[in-house]
Design a protein around this ligand. Structure first.
Ligand code: ADP
Ligand code: ADP
Ligand code: MG
Length: 664
């Protein structure tokens, strides 16, 4: 086919995606002088990508299949706005050959490979057959057409257990089962097929040798329509949870230069097998010695920024230039590797509750400035809502430095300097992960997170002297700001005698920590147990400098009612200020409330208002991520009120019912 029909200059680009990737594509497109068109669903009217684009078109209801996955509406949106090209981002329709074809048929440039290339590479089985022919090393396995039980069982036997049963059309780690013995195979195939059918509409399976304790290594490639094809080094994406990447870095700290050249050459060979055009990734698993092809992703990947930071190439710019029909601007030996980059995926999810997605309004969104080797690709701002309809990734934080150790430090500092509230995020988990000694030492495999989960999600450290003093400083600082606007280190507003004020704090359901402030005439001091500490506070933006025992240190502080967030040199602390007037004790706090433990939907109300309940009697059932959870009476009593009805979508912590204890 005449490639000028496929790839040609354009001026208006429609971005068929949402969230951080839509924002990221808009940023480069804008810098290249293009007009940008966003698309959005009813849930995303106020989303950041809509605000950033020059124009925006409503696609339809929140559900992805009614909006972001609706090919007809997307083509219509392009027609209405005069868009000449479509960038699919990642996820959604980015690897959908029918969508690429529909764009072409509508006279639009699809920023990506041709539909034919996607079809050839889109199926894991098909691409493995191609790679076999091209001489790219594969994980041993079966990727044939026949799908009957006997064939699959024989193949698994031949490959040798453990094997991985994988959906040929799969993605995002779904439709995959590890099988360790022949007896487990039948049921695993049945359930993987069911999942694959539901997720991808295709239940064909392949069987692979399960590489034990593997690493995931992948190579960024990009080809143009003039036959040039480049590799841009590799990424290590071994830190995964449920086959989904969490941390990615470039280059891989595992490979030596010779291995690096081998894997990059294999990737060029793989992409060369289909004369690939556009940005793509060749994924491999490694047993620590050799690498084996597992699949090609025919799109830009979530983790592309780490490659950008070590090569200085803007991959979206190159994608657009390839789509214009230009030749790639550099030759292979002009692509240089500089330093080290590491990325963390920031999600709205709760690691201590099995990574349950967290939905709601982002009340605070404070991320550090993008300086000193830090880059932040965000799709959300303060005040934005995180809806339950889409992937819960909020942003990516990426750090670059000359060495891996410093890059990790910079990323950790960036994470610690972040304060996101209103929803629960995985930020503390990410910090714990990248500073784990085994991660620093690169002594990891894809099962690392699962094995270390208890350590990575363990409770926050108890607040020490510095944190308790900082907490008091934060409260008084805040009170003074609202009260009279005077700098509070001039603590002389009580002219007569010494006065005292007691404070008590706790972390979660931990023990109370008491501290007393002495003020009035003379310098103020803080007393913890037997120790009396002199201190000074100089307020500044977002916190204050606290001098304690002669050492000055920076403290970030945010107060939200009785919840305090502090960052000191010892890390982040979420403290609850136990209200001295509230008569609050740990047992009473919230004990008679029946609250949603997680965001979910009320699917059944099982008791009536006014009913007498035994301890443990069911009150209502919530569906949380397809799992039902019944909430029960915490003690015997009367059901005073039910504050929800069947069908309600409720947020974490919302009160759903009130039980009044029977006064025994
Ligand atoms: P990567 O290697 O780039 O992480 P994935 O296959 O995991 O590749 O998917 C890329 C991103 O797209 C992930 O964040 C994933 O959650 C998201 N994603 C995958 N499929 C869909 C889909 N159908 N709709 C929306 N997002 C999706
Ligand atoms: P997806 O399309 O969901 O990304 P992949 O085939 O890329 O599917 O596999 C996802 C992850 O599963 C890989 O990153 C790797 O951690 C693990 N994996 C895949 N194949 C194997 C294998 N043969 N042995 C061990 N782990 C594997
Ligand atoms: Mg993959």
């Amino acid at each position: 086919m005449d490639r000028s029909k496929l790839y040609r200059r354009f001026r208006t680009l429609l971005i068929a995606n949402r969230g951080e990737i839509a924002c990221r594509v808009i940023r480069t497109a804008r810098a290249m002088g293009l007009r940008t068109v966003a698309v959005y669903s009813e849930a995303d009217r106020d989303a950041m990508h809509v605000a950033l684009a020059d124009e925006a078109v409503l696609l339809g209801p929140a559900r992805a299949r009614d909006s972001y996955l609706n090919v007809e509406r997307l083509i219509e949106a392009a027609r209405k706005t005069g868009a000449e090209a479509v960038h699919p981002g990642y996820g959604f329709l980015s690897e959908n050959a029918e969508f690429a074809q529909a764009c072409f048929d509508a006279g639009l440039v699809f920023v990506g490979p041709t539909a034919a290339m996607m079809t050839a590479m889109g199926s894991k089985s098909g691409s493995k057959a191609l790679m076999e022919k091209a001489g790219v090393p594969l994980v041993p396995g079966y990727h044939g057409e026949a799908q009957d039980e006997a064939t699959l069982a024989k193949a698994a036997e031949k490959v040798g257990f453990p094997v991985l049963v994988k959906a040929s059309a799969g993605g995002g780690g779904r439709g995959m089962r590890i099988v360790r013995s022949a007896a487990e195979l039948g049921p695993a195939i049945v359930s993987a097929k069911r999942e694959a059918k539901a997720a991808f509409g295709d239940d064909r399976m392949l069987i692979e040798k399960y590489v034990d304790n593997p690493r995931h290594i992948e190579v960024q490639v990009i080809g143009d329509s003039h036959g040039n094809l480049l590799s841009l080094f590799e990424r290590e994406c071994t830190l995964q949870r449920r086959h989904q990447k969490v941390i990615e870095e470039a280059p891989s700290p595992t490979l030596n230069p010779a291995q690096r050249e081998t894997v990059c050459a294999a990737a060029r060979k793989a992409a060369g097998a289909v004369n690939y055009v556009g940005a793509g990734t060749i994924e491999f698993v490694s047993d620590g010695k050799d690498v084996f092809f597992i699949e090609m992703n025919t799109r830009l990947q979530v983790e592309h920024p780490v490659t950008e930071l070590i090569t200085g190439v803007d991959l979206v710019e190159w994608q657009l230039r390839v789509a214009f029909g230009e030749a790639l601007p550099l030759k292979q030996d002009e692509i240089r590797l500089n330093g080290h980059a590491i990325e963390a995926r920031v999600y709205a999810e709760n690691p201590t509750k099995n990574f349950m997605p967290s939905v709601g309004k982002i009340s605070t969104w404070r991320l550090p400035a993008e300086t000193g080797g830090l880059r932040i690709d965000a799709g959300y701002r303060e005040g934005d809502a995180v809806s339950p309809y889409y992937d819960a990734m909020l942003a990516k934080m990426i750090a670059w430095a000359p060495t891996r150790d410093v890059a990790i430090e910079r990323l950790n500092r960036g994470l610690e300097d972040s304060d996101v509230r209103g929803i629960v995020t995985n930020i503390p988990f990410l910090s714990a992960l990248i500073t784990h000694p085994k991660v620093r030492a690169n002594a990891i495999d894809t099962g690392f997170i699962e094995r270390e989960l208890a350590v990575l999600t363990s409770a926050a450290p108890a607040p020490g002297e510095l944190e308790l003093c900082a907490a008091v400083a934060a409260i008084v600082n805040d009170e003074r700001k609202t009260a009279q606007n005077s700098p509070w280190h001039t603590f002389g507003w009580m002219p007569v005698g010494r006065r005292q004020r007691g404070f008590s704090f706790r972390v979660g359901h931990g023990p109370e920590h008491k501290i007393t402030l002495n003020y009035g005439s003379g310098p103020s001091t803080l007393v913890i147990g037997e120790r009396e500490l002199a201190f000074a506070v100089v307020p500044k933006d977002g916190g204050f400098d606290l001098t304690l025992d002669g050492v000055k240190s920076q403290v970030a502080a945010v107060i939200d009612g009785h919840e305090l967030y502090l960052r000191t040199r010892n890390g982040r602390f979420d403290l609850h200020w136990v209200d001295p007037f509230g008569g609050e004790t740990e047992e009473q706090a919230g004990a008679d409330k029946i609250a949603a433990p997680l965001p979910g939907t009320v699917v059944a109300v099982l008791a009536e208002e006014g009913a007498s309940l035994e301890k443990g009697a069911p009150i209502l059932t919530l569906e949380v991520m397809k799992m039902e959870q019944t909430l029960r009476a915490p003690y015997a009593g009367v059901l005073k009120s039910i504050k929800c009805k069947v069908g309600d979508i409720v947020q974490e912590g919302v009160e759903l019912a009130v039980v009044e204890a029977s006064g025994e």
